[in-house]
Design a protein around this ligand. Structure first.
Ligand SMILES: *Cc1c(COP(=O)(O)O)cnc(C)c1O
Length: 377
């Protein structure tokens, strides 16, 4: 494998602080790759960081969302309110439990849902709301807490982008009126290689997710080693976080303060560099509270700007093609004017911790040229 340092050609990239490889080698040599004390240590370190009583680590963000829906009993006949503007994983998990997505619009300025958009979509069949903390920005649905609780509607946050962000004075994940799901996938703010976590509201939810991630078996590995059998207590899947992945996450967590600083600095540098560009609107992330996961702009003639920049080796991307227009979700299609409009304007600029200030200015200059060349400015 080549060891070239990721640059502006990449839209996103993991960032290694140095101890990850040695930590993985130690696990490989120890010969225990499944759920071990290291996984439990990762859970307690995440819990301490967030200031929450318990964290259940799982194998991906998708597994976290799926487990949260299962643990709260969402299933066939239920409707789950979800923004169309999200990664397809958020919708696939709703289908995985046999529930129906009810797609809603987002605020074009933030690409996040608002309490009002959520309330407008509630029906008698609504069992859950799945807000997406887009780009890392918190979505505060606490004003709805009583309304939703009265109707028995559970809030499950897709915080795949938002590890480290705050909602008011609290870390995202610390609100005990919602379950929160994080992803520790390859390009997320903190990576385990692959991984995820559920922040449950209650000890019962924590126990349910722990059982789900171990194929419905509740005895620990060491308990099972002492007996001739094991008991399958309920439904479950193989969703545990391996100790190999936990080792990567622990090494990353030691340096997470650096990630917070450099991601914010990078976003601010972009914001300054793009300030003078006419026709470019930055998607606001509320930087004081957010550890930004993306740097997104809205531009006219997006497809042309995209092609222009790609042709010049600038790794732009689009987060995301809207889900309500995907063939797999055609049954649940509705008119979502704001989502359809912004989905034709959004462009994600290269955003990862290998980028320098000079890289950011190069991207800014290239974007300016692209807008002129396409008649957008
Ligand atoms: C990454 C992501 C997920 C899924 O997480 P994985 O760890 O890739 O399974 C879900 N939702 C959003 C918004 C994501 O960006």
């Amino acid at each position: 494998m080549s060891l070239t340092i990721p640059d502006v050609r990449r839209n996103a990239s993991p960032y290694l602080y140095g101890q990850e490889a040695a930590s993985v080698v130690r696990v490989l040599e120890a010969g225990q790759y499944g759920h071990t004390d290291l996984t439990a240590e990762f859970e307690s370190r995440i819990a301490a960081y967030l200031g929450v009583p318990d964290v259940v680590a799982v194998s991906s963000g998708t597994a976290a969302l799926h487990s949260a829906l299962l643990a709260t009993g969402i299933g066939p006949g239920d409707e789950v309110i979800v923004p169309s503007m999200t990664f397809c994983a958020t919708v696939q998990v709703i289908r995985a439990v046999g529930a129906s997505p009810r797609f809603i619009d987002v605020d074009p300025a933030t690409l996040c849902v608002t309490p009002q958009l959520v309330m407008e979509a509630v029906t008698d069949d609504t069992a859950a709301v799945l807000p997406v903390l887009f780009g890392g920005r918190a979505v505060d649905l606490r004003p709805l807490r009583e309304d939703l609780a009265e109707r028995g509607i559970v809030v499950i946050e897709d915080a795949a982008h938002a590890f480290g962000s705050h909602c008011g004075p609290q870390h995202v994940g610390a609100d005990d009126t919602a379950l929160t799901c994080f992803s520790f996938g390859p390009v997320k703010n903190l990576t385990c290689g692959q991984g995820g976590a559920v922040i449950p509201r209650t000890p019962e939810e924590a126990a349910a997710v722990r059982r789900l991630r171990m194929l419905g078996v509740t005895q620990s590995q060491s308990e099972r080693a002492e007996t001739t059998g094991y008991q399958v207590e309920g439904f479950g899947l193989r969703y545990q976080l391996s100790s190999i992945n936990a080792a990567i996450g622990l090494a990353q967590l030691d340096h997470f303060d650096t990630a917070v600083r450099s991601r914010r600095h990078l976003w601010r540098t972009y914001s300054d560099a793009l300030d003078a560009l006419e026709g470019v609107t930055l998607v606001d992330v509320d930087l004081d509270h957010t550890v930004p996961h993306l740097c997104q702009v809205r531009v006219p003639h997006r497809d042309h700007v995209f092609a222009h920049l790609r042709a010049r080796n600038i790794g732009v991307g689009v987060h995301y093609p809207p889900n309500h227009l995907q063939p797999a979700f055609a049954r649940w299609r509705r008119d979502l004017a704001a989502t359809e409009r912004v989905s034709r304007e959004i462009l994600s600029l290269p955003f990862h911790q290998h980028l320098t200030e000079a890289d950011v200015h190069r991207v800014g200059t290239a974007l300016g040229h692209a807008l002129k060349a396409t008649g957008g400015a």
